[in-house]
Design a protein around this ligand. Structure first.
Ligand SMILES: [Zn+2]
Ligand SMILES: [Zn+2]
Length: 100
């Protein structure tokens, strides 16, 4: 199952409409609730959240390290999986009679 499918299912079953807002970290137009790579510490160069990645020479890098981007995407994937778990768990625990 791809991440995109997970995202569709999670948003579809909760009825939560995904919107985009200006990201406070990078200024880009990002989906609300997703993790910004710039909003987490870089596992590669160790810069704190909010800072641009640095080259070994100390110069600021325009492009964030791939490991940092991957970590942010991994967090979003995990959050989507947990949301699906909650949804299926809630359905299983629902013993109340159908209101309809
Ligand atoms: Zn961002
Ligand atoms: Zn970095």
């Amino acid at each position: 199952m791809s991440g995109e499918e997970l995202e569709r299912q999670a948003s579809g079953e909760t009825g939560y409409v995904r919107r985009r807002e200006a990201c406070p970290w990078c200024g880009g137009l990002a989906l609300v609730g997703t993790t910004c790579p710039k909003g987490i510490e870089c596992p590669r160069c160790g810069v704190p959240a909010g800072d641009s990645c640095r080259r070994p020479s100390g110069h600021r890098a325009d492009v964030l390290h791939a490991a940092r981007v991957a970590l942010a995407e991994e967090r979003d994937r995990r959050a989507a999986l947990e949301a699906l778990d909650r949804l299926s768990g809630a359905a299983d625990d629902d013993t109340a009679p159908d209101a309809l």
